[in-house]
Design a protein around this ligand. Structure first.
Ligand SMILES: [Ca+2]
Length: 77
């Protein structure tokens, strides 16, 4: 379970080039944080997360998309 604030901080850490989106590449660069994201969104891998929730054609996920994914998994406190 995570708060929106914790999620935002996690997202900012993952977004290394700070373009407001977390790409599959950035997820792979931080496997520990990716594991937390997977757990909070009930997905088994960054790929699955992006297929299910990363609707951008460039294969990235925005904070809003991530938040929706965590809400859908009922892990947002
Ligand atoms: Ca980025």
């Amino acid at each position: 379970m995570a708060t929106e604030q914790e999620l935002q901080s996690l997202f900012n850490t993952l977004d290394r080039d700070q373009d407001g989106k977390v790409s599959i590449h950035e997820l792979f660069l931080s496997p520990g944080l990716s594991a937390i994201i997977s757990s909070e969104t009930n997905t088994s891998s960054p790929q699955e997360l992006l297929v299910q929730y990363g609707l951008d054609e460039d294969g990235s996920i925005t904070f809003e998309e991530l938040k929706k994914a965590v809400e859908k998994a009922s892990n947002l406190t």
